[in-house]
Design a protein around this ligand. Structure first.
Ligand code: BGC
Length: 772
């Protein structure tokens, strides 16, 4: 755990330069706009420890699988979002010496991520080996107003000497992924071109043949005066640079404006990619850096209006929640239904930038409440588009008749994961995808979604579960063998409670959804079922499984069992594990982990969270009291679920304690892994802990309901959510809850079990001593 980020409500601040923290900061200060993103690398040369990272959404490489022992059904490749051309580079030489913070004495270093306006700032003074000192300031952003544009303002002031400053802004495509399986580089050059102060590099990915054209234009100023410098073109392998020399008087600031564009063949025809990049550059140049920055600030202001959480009385909690929200919006803006959310977003290479069940289970609730409806809808449509591949994927494993198994890890719908216990067994992901459809409709009321997209997906998923269970003669019940639950600390288990309950729930929901579509759109219903070759007998088969499914439980303790035989394990508690043995995934052999009773992440409790209405509070309490002490939370997705359940059980102290474990997970490098990238998907879980946990927000019977409490340390907290056309500001203080409706949509709202009318543009306040 580190503690070097300065607390501030709207900014992430690092003061002083510690090269040992650089890779962590490169993750924390990452920038993105949903279409492209990058780690917070330096513009100037840095020969110290760094993980260079620039990424373009949707542009991936199918890196050939590397496994020790091949198993039939393994995917051929692991898709990776590629390290793409680095457009931020500006080589700087001061009197012929390279500016390199690994080699200079660095003073007054400060890095600030301004979350309110969406840019990164850095300033420092460097004393070079030649004894010369320069002060440097840079401001950089990836525009969300125009998500193909990035901009840098980079200023250098020679302190007390006249300097010859050599400048070479460049675009470098000769980059590689650190996680490349065979040390391959993934890009080929298509073209490079330098004209005047503009440089363009068009690259093509090997195998996948995506093309990305990166362009930049440079202006150099002294004060407000454009020096109109001439540049020497520099061409190298997949590299274009613009070299120039400028003489700067002592204490005079020289400013380089570098505007860049990244266009991909996902959005433009390959033949015109270069021309269109030039047009984007021309447009950005016509606006200029200041206007682009103003547009950026305005676009972020709009996002914050829809999504901010304000915490009074705890600056570090305030900073943390805004950081989580900010990073989620930098990763996904929901404009494109071909894109999704990698667990590390654009902040690192781990998890390949691919899509996991994290999206449906954790991110969808966040976007439902904080962004226009299309955003979460697009996340759902992404899976609808990949249904054909999910059916192919299931067929590869021996399933038939339109059964769909969505991949555990994917870029284009094909499975990329190649550990058998996850690829073949961690099938609960299929249920999360169905649950997200349910969740979306519960929140938005958009039942029409089922007609066009949802039912087809639900039928594919239900068909899979039907074939995946089998009848046990012994038990005279249906069972599900050989699975891995969310708890990856045990594999190939029989009857994982969570997976079993999810499977029958999917079949129930598919049946209900079919009924809804049949009633609402009979003709579409008939034609869909015909196209799927669906027989009514399938409903009957599902009903039989729903009625006769086996769920492992321990009657004596009144708990559901993680899986068959779980109680045969030696029952020890996490609190009895010496600190030196944790995290167990780093300290123990895998064999020992598998045999232990320790649970990696919410599993039975994940099911009780999804389906809470089916269980009474006592059942929840017994299971929580049993499983929580056995859960090591070695996935960042885990504590938020425990936080929400603890809140439901009125255990406010623990709800807060679990919340803290993810809220500043990356800012404080809690798990010593922030240098790999940020835990983007669990950031949505932090949001859930506040809104679903502390505020107790649910949607029931088409109405928003709140059951709030105020964490002891906080004076108040307030959040904004969108719900069925209304924008609500919910404020919770020691005096009670106040909800302001900022649109003219009338709503009914439940507070602590009582329903209130909330007219359009009105507000209600309920004071309640229990909230304190
Ligand atoms: C978790 C999975 C999750 C993945 C990506 C793993 O550590 O166990 O549930 O999908 O990380 O976040």
């Amino acid at each position: 755990m580190k503690n070097y980020i300065k607390a501030d409500e709207w900014n992430i601040i690092e003061e002083g330069f510690d090269p040992h923290l650089n890779k962590i900061s490169e993750s924390i200060f990452s920038l993105g706009n949903g279409r492209m993103g990058q780690r917070a690398n330096f513009e100037e040369t840095y020969s110290g420890e760094t993980l260079l990272g620039n990424y373009v959404a949707g542009v991936y490489y199918p890196d050939k699988t590397r496994v020790g022992w091949w198993k039939n059904g393994y995917p051929e490749y692991f898709a990776k979002v590629l390290n793409a051309a680095n457009w931020i580079g500006i080589e700087v030489k001061i009197d012929h010496e390279l500016l390199d913070l690994a080699k200079a004495e660095v003073k007054d270093f400060k890095r600030v991520l301004n979350m309110h306006e969406g840019y990164l700032e850095r300033s420092f003074t460097a004393v070079l080996a030649n004894g010369k000192s320069v002060a440097v300031k840079s401001t950089r952003f990836c525009s969300i107003a125009n998500d193909e544009v990035g901009a840098i303002r980079y200023s250098i002031t020679p302190l007390n000497f006249d300097a010859e400053i050599g400048l070479m802004p460049f675009i470098d495509g000769d980059v590689k992924n650190q996680d490349s399986n065979y040390d391959e580089k993934f890009w080929d050059k298509v073209s490079d071109e330098i004209i005047g102060n503009e440089a363009y590099l068009q690259l093509r990915t090997k195998k996948t043949a995506f093309e990305v054209c990166t362009g930049s234009t440079i202006e150099v100023y002294q004060g407000a005066e454009n020096l109109n410098l001439k540049f020497e073109p520099v061409y190298r392998d997949k590299f274009v640079g613009l070299s120039t020399m400028v003489t700067a008087k002592a204490n005079t600031e020289i400013t380089i404006i570098k505007l860049a564009a990244n266009l991909s063949s996902e959005n433009h025809p390959k033949e015109s990619l270069l021309q269109e990049t030039k047009a984007v550059i021309a447009n950005a140049a016509a606006k200029g850096f200041d206007t682009l920055l103003q547009e950026q600030a305005a676009a972020w202001a709009h996002k914050w209006e829809e999504s901010d959480i304000v915490i009074e009385g705890d600056v570090s909690a305030q900073q943390a929640i805004r950081f989580n929200i900010y990073q989620l919006f930098q990763t996904y803006t929901g404009k494109d239904d071909r894109l999704n959310i990698g667990p590390k977003g654009f902040t690192g290479e781990k998890y390949g930038g691919s899509t996991y069940w994290d999206t449906e289970a954790y991110c969808v609730p966040f976007y439902l409440a904080t962004a226009p409806q299309e955003v979460s809808k697009n996340l759902l449509i992404y899976r609808h588009k990949q249904l054909g591949k999910a059916i192919e994927n299931a067929a590869k494993l021996g399933f038939k008749d339109g059964a769909a198994l969505y991949p555990m890890v994917t870029m284009n719908g094909e499975e990329c994961h190649n550990e058998w216990e996850i690829t073949f067994e961690e099938i609960h992901r299929n249920g999360a995808i169905a649950f997200a459809i349910f969740n979306y409709i519960r929140y938005t009321g958009d039942e029409d979604y089922l007609i066009q997209y949802g039912l087809e997906v639900l039928i594919g998923i239900a068909r899979f579960w039907k074939q995946r269970v089998n009848w046990s003669n012994d038990k005279q019940q249906y069972v599900m063998l050989g699975v891995t639950g969310p708890n990856e600390y045990e594999n190939n288990v029989n009857n994982n409670w969570y997976t079993n309950i999810l499977a029958t729930w999917c079949m129930k929901y598919a049946t209900e959804a079919a009924e809804i579509v049949k009633t609402k759109a009979n003709a579409e219903y008939d034609s869909l079922l015909k196209s799927l070759n669906f027989k009514d007998q399938e409903f009957a088969d599902w009903a039989d499984i729903i009625a006769k499914m086996y769920y492992p439980a321990d009657a004596e303790q009144g708990i559901f069992l993680q899986q068959d035989g779980y109680l045969d394990k030696e029952q020890v508690l996490v609190k009895d594990l010496p600190a030196s043995e944790r995290p167990i995934n780093q300290k123990w052999s895998w064999d020992r982990i598998l045999r232990s009773c320790f649970i990696k992440q919410a599993d039975v409790l994940q099911g009780l969270y999804f389906f809470e209405e089916d269980y009474d509070l006592e059942t929840l309490r017994r299971n929580f009291d049993f499983y929580e002490p056995r859960t090591v939370h070695e996935s960042s997705l885990s504590p938020c679920v425990h936080s929400i359940l603890a809140a439901k059980l009125n255990d406010e102290a623990r709800a807060y304690e679990f919340y803290l474990r993810t809220a500043r997970l990356d800012l404080d490098d809690y798990n010593n892994d922030t240098e790999d990238g940020l835990h983007i998907t669990s950031m949505a879980g932090t949001w859930m802990s506040v809104v679903e946990g502390f505020a107790g927000m649910r949607v029931r019977d088409g109405k928003l309901q709140f059951n709030p409490f105020l964490p002891g340390k906080w004076k108040s907290f307030a959040f904004t959510i969108g719900f069925r056309g209304a924008t609500l500001k919910v404020n919770i203080t020691e005096h009670g809850i106040n909800i302001k409706n900022n649109n003219d949509v009338d709503l009914e709202i439940g507070i602590k079990g009582q329903i209130y009318k909330l007219a359009g543009n009105a507000e209600i306040g309920v004071s309640n001593p229990e909230l304190v």
